[in-house]
Write a protein that binds this ligand. Structure first.
Ligand code: FES
Length: 573
């Protein structure tokens, strides 16, 4: 850092008059000595710990370890809580609150005497929400990902949190699993502290964070219960103090090339489609122009290097023992932007040159991948004017080009009410169309896009059908599922006017999604379309509905895009 550049915290603590007294005096009740206010970098530890977010339940302990590192390096740690988002608990969906948590993070950082930030994250939305908020302030910031759970075993079988939900449902229906069986299974699968241990959204977000350069290299794959996780947390505490001295702000790390690296790495690990929405929102906060097509052009030619559930065989613990993300990064060297700067101050690839693969059944060589192409396909057509996405590696090859008649459900409730009606006119060639689950419609764009097939078709042995919606899909789910249709039905996108029996054509190779009705009929239906009544008329949910952007833009609130920086002009008196 330029020697003349004062610490931001000195704006609070460096004043010899009344305001300096006020800012320091009340903090003295914590027993802080004089030197805490005399030029030592103040590091905010932004903690998403909550008993209501079980995946982040260990982060209170981790904050103490980070503090040790900060003190060792001469900084002053100050931990603060922000809104936490427990994926399996919150209704109607944590995605409704991602932007609220990001506002909390942003304003908690900006309003306080902080020089650098450590974000403690874990469960799905706690990572993008805090990164988005921190981007809008743009201080030196480092992420400590909480880490995945250890692998579980249920009656001798290795089981993954997240993906086991689908297995239990299937066994309840086909193997008569009782309530007692389910109780036994739930204890086995949630084996230790940490977040879901498949390559679902939480692991995808941790991987994204490391690929962007925001964590210490090698940190994202370590299981939460592994002692090395705490060691890295302590080292992160030490490093953030140095980052403040170097003035290594987020915008210096989060370049356009860093975002491209995150897309490449996500494709190589078979990460969740949720990455698209979160990475886009993060990019827009830090001023990088990332388009929906970038995910396809950059990611869809990348080979799949990781054999992980939900599409593969292994769990995060196996991935870590096989060498973890460092091996993937090293393999991807010819494809990545090598010179992007990471939080340890090194160029990205320099961090991974020594990585060793210990199990090629878990992490493949670039020249012998598990699949030649991975990533996400972006679809265009009259049914998704601003785009839609599909994950080809999770879809059935025979359905990648498909023409079928629409079976339409206007809302999620309509779907639940009619999907198993004996007289529902549906067969395996039909296309299930679900409306009203987009950002404004549900509201919050829940992970329901991979709706279950009707029982009568499951009984015939049908395991996949084309499903289309304006919602999202869990990172632990699979199927020929078209997601994130934009504009969503609630704002009058073409999805809104699809009727039962309309022909729909999906061609993933050609990247098209087409509603086969003539233009005059389409225009007539759009003219006659009546918007649904908003589901809330007060509070945060109303503000969310009024301001949330569409999926192709990252579903942020329109007034949160960009940042306000770290300067606060006015004092409290
Ligand atoms: Fe928290 Fe899966 S429920 S990461």
């Amino acid at each position: 850092m330029d020697k003349k550049k004062k610490l931001r915290s000195s704006e609070w603590f460096g004043d010899d008059g009344k305001m300096g007294f006020v800012h320091r005096s009340w903090l003295r009740n914590q027993g802080y000595p004089d030197d805490y206010f005399e030029g030592r970098p103040v590091i905010g530890i932004c903690n998403t710990w909550s008993e209501l977010t079980p995946c982040n339940g260990h982060l209170r302990d981790f904050a103490e370890v980070v503090k040790k590192g900060i003190l060792e390096a001469g900084g002053v740690p100050m931990e603060f809580p922000v809104m936490s988002l427990g994926e399996t608990i919150m209704k109607p969906t944590t995605m409704l609150f991602r932007n609220l948590a990001s506002m909390d993070t942003e304003e908690s950082i900006r309003a306080n005497p902080l020089d650098g930030i450590v974000l403690l994250t874990g469960c799905d939305k706690t990572t993008p929400s805090t990164i988005m908020g921190a981007c809008s302030v743009d201080l030196p910031t480092l992420v400590v990902p909480g880490g995945p759970m250890l692998s579980g075993r249920f009656r001798g079988e290795k089981v993954g949190s997240g993906s086991m939900n689908w297995m239990i449902k299937e066994r309840q229906e086909n193997q008569g699993y009782s309530a007692a069986d389910i109780r036994e299974a739930e204890v086995c699968v949630a084996r230790s502290i940490g977040h879901c241990n498949t390559m679902g959204t939480a692991s995808t977000m941790a991987t994204m964070t490391e690929a962007l350069g925001l964590t210490l290299p090698g940190y994202s794959s370590i299981p939460a219960a592994d002692s090395r996780k705490k060691m890295y947390a302590q080292l992160s505490g030490r490093r953030i103090v140095e980052m403040v001295k170097e003035d290594l702000t987020m915008s210096k790390v989060l370049t356009r090339n860093a975002f491209e690296n995150a897309i490449i790495v996500n494709a190589a690990v078979g990460g969740s489609t949720n990455l698209i929405i979160h990475l886009t929102a993060i990019a827009r906060r830090i001023g990088i122009d990332l388009k929906l097509e970038d995910f396809d052009t950059i990611g869809s030619k990348i080979p799949l290097l990781v054999n992980m559930k939900p599409s593969g065989k292994y769990l995060m613990e196996d991935f870590y023992y096989a060498g973890g993300l460092p091996v993937v990064m090293k393999e991807l060297t010819p494809l990545l932007h090598k010179e992007t700067i990471t939080v340890n101050g090194n160029a990205l690839i320099a961090n991974y040159t020594d990585a060793v693969c210990y199990d090629t059944d878990v992490i493949a060589k670039l020249e012998k991948p598990f699949q030649d192409k991975s990533g996400i396909a972006v679809l265009r057509g009259n049914l998704c004017e601003n785009g839609a996405v599909i994950k080809p590696s999770a879809a059935s090859p025979k359905l990648m080009k498909h023409r079928g008649k629409a079976v339409v459900f206007e809302t999620m409730e309509d779907y639940h009410e009619r999907i198993d009606a004996p007289d529902l006119d549906i067969d395996e060639n039909s296309v299930i169309v679900l409306k009203g689950v987009g950002p404004k419609g549900y509201p919050g764009m829940p992970e329901v896009g991979n709706v279950d097939l009707p029982k009568k078709l499951l009984a015939k042995g049908i395991t996949d059908m084309v499903r289309i919606s304006d919602g999202r899909m869990s990172g632990t789910a699979a199927g020929t599922v078209v997601l994130h249709v934009s504009p969503e039905s609630t704002v009058g996108g073409t999805l809104a006017i699809v009727e039962n029996g309309d022909w729909i054509e999906l061609d993933v190779n050609e990247r098209t999604l087409h509603l086969d009705i003539d233009q005059a009929e389409l225009d007539k239906r759009k003219k006659a379309w009546i918007p649904p009544k908003p589901v809330a008329d007060r509070g945060y949910v109303k503000m969310y509905i009024d301001h949330v952007e569409q999926a192709d833009q990252g579903a942020d609130l329109d007034f949160l895009v960009g940042g306000s920086g770290s300067k606060v002009e006015r004092d409290l008196h």
